[in-house]
Design a protein around this ligand. Structure first.
Ligand code: C2E
Ligand code: MG
Ligand code: MG
Length: 448
């Protein structure tokens, strides 16, 4: 009696150690254990198998919006749907807060792995009941296939995690199967991250400035700050590469503060009527310290907040609109102006233009570059201009490269412009030189 009781207890304990208490699915230990066993089963059998890791997209906002109990409820529903979709061979486990994993012993090819994964996403995308309301979720999936006995459970899971990371980066609801190139890309990202951390603490990221002009008079009215970084080994790394890495790896805050401080110091010696524009990343709009940091830098450099504009994108507003709104309101209170950048490329919502009080809207380069030969672009630009006029917002068209584009924009009534036609981004010294030249030009014009 005693012994059998003891064994039962031990079994129950070990069951508990392998079970996720919320959903009743196996946990990460069970998942690793299952793969370990399958690898040893397949020692003499060349058939591949598939590991899938699935991460819910947008679970955190749902948790915040509906509360943790509702969040738990949704996780239970997710687990039930996944379990119901398994065949007799497959196992699903919950390996993280909103991360699930599936082992498919009988899925032998990348095509089949993608197909199964897409099916999982579809199953999860049907609405969830949350009390009286319903919520929708999507999921991203990374897969890896076992091909040879050299691979361990850790390697397979890491590969699926790398694939998942790529899936998440490319948008919601995607499936990515691991490839060797991904590993190379992941290593490169890590190298850039390490070099960037060092550069930021050594103060080696520099602001460059691109003029923004009054299209009618061609007079420079301000400059956009664009971060530039040249590493000893990696060479010049473009911001389209290092800014997303800085965001993902949590370096964007210190990087941004460094660039803003240097930019504000440089802009102090410009004519007082020129504004300085500065980009904020989406992740900075969910961090309530952003506003404080900006104000502290303006205070320390003695730069007038009324001369500063911040540029934010629609993506930046989507993640956590309430947090973004609070940061934006704090900044506007001290006179900082707010522009909506890259308008027309994100998941535009006109409603958002009503909710947020933007001072300015920047029309994305993609519309400007096709304005001369594409009727839809022309109509879209005209509609944006009419809307901005109605809403009392200033407008700047980005990416103007040709005189004919500038002429067309003036004809449509666009007041502000930016682009290589008027000037490329240049460092602080060159910008000062440019301003001295334009200032002298203006003086000469007056003398005539
Ligand atoms: P953005 O804010 O939309 O900046 C405009 C981009 O268009 C800049 O690219 C600029 O060099 C480029 N551009 C300007 N005129 C023309 C033109 O006539 N033709 C073409 N082809 N391109 C033009 P850049 O400097 O590579 O920056 C890319 C993006 O990186 C920026 O897009 C911005 O989103 C981000 N970024 C740059 N610096 C910072 C920064 O300090 N902080 C943050 N958060 N993001 C930054
Ligand atoms: Mg910008
Ligand atoms: Mg832009």
């Amino acid at each position: 009696m005693q012994t059998s009781f003891g064994t039962g207890q031990a079994n129950r304990d070990s069951d508990l150690a392998f079970t996720d208490p919320l959903t009743g699915l196996g946990n990460h230990r069970r998942f690793f254990d299952k793969i370990d066993r399958l690898i040893s089963d397949r020692a003499d059998d060349p058939a591949p198998f598939t590991v899938v890791i699935l991460d819910l997209d947008g679970f955190k906002p749902i948790n915040d919006l509906f509360g943790h109990r509702a969040g738990d409820d949704i996780l239970i529903q997710v687990a039930m749907r996944l379990r119901a979709s398994m065949d007799g061979y497959s196992t699903v486990c919950r390996i993280g807060a909103d991360e699930f994993a599936v082992l498919y012993p009988m899925v032998f090819s990348e095509e089949a792995a993608s197909e199964r994964s897409r099916m999982l996403i579809e199953i999860l995308s049907a609405p969830y009941d949350v009390g009286e309301r319903t919520a929708r979720l999507s999921a991203s999936v990374g897969c890896s296939l076992f091909y040879s006995g050299d691979e361990t459970t850790e390697i397979l899971v890491n590969k699926a995690e790398t694939a998942l990371y790529h899936a998440k980066r490319s948008g919601r609801g995607r499936v990515v199967v691991y490839t060797r190139e991904m590993e190379e890309a992941a290593k490169r990202v890590t190298r850039i991250e390490q070099a960037l951390r060092r550069a930021v603490s050594a103060g080696e990221v520099e602001p460059h400035f691109q003029p923004i002009v009054d299209l009618g008079t061609r007079r420079t009215i301000g400059f956009e700050t664009l971060a530039r970084w040249t590493d000893r080994d990696l060479g010049a790394v473009p911001p389209t590469v290092f800014i997303p890495i800085a965001e993902e790896r949590g370096i964007i805050g210190p990087l941004s503060q460094l660039v803003l401080r240097k930019a504000a110091e440089a802009a102090r010696s410009w004519p007082k009527d020129l504004f300085l524009s500065f980009n904020l990343s989406p992740s900075q709009l969910v961090d309530q310290n952003t506003g404080l940091h900006i104000l502290a830098i303006l205070d320390r450099t003695g730069f007038d907040p009324r001369r500063l504009e911040i540029e934010i994108t629609e993506t930046g507003l989507m993640n956590d609109p309430a947090s973004a709104e609070k940061i934006v309101e704090d900044l506007r209170r001290v006179g900082i102006r707010v522009s909506l950048d890259d308008f027309g490329t994100g998941q535009s919502s006109l409603g958002r233009l009503r909710e947020f009080n933007f001072d300015k809207l920047k029309i994305d380069r993609t519309f400007v570059s096709s304005i001369l030969d594409d009727r839809p672009s022309e109509h879209i630009i005209r509609a944006i201009l009419a809307m901005c006029e109605g809403l009392g917002m200033d407008v700047v068209a980005e990416g103007i490269e040709q005189e004919a584009q500038a002429d067309r924009l003036i004809q449509f009534g666009c007041a502000g412009g930016q682009g290589f036609l008027f000037g490329r981004p240049a460092d602080a010294d060159a910008t000062l030189g440019y301003l001295r030249d334009s200032f002298r030009g203006a003086l000469r014009a007056k003398a005539i």
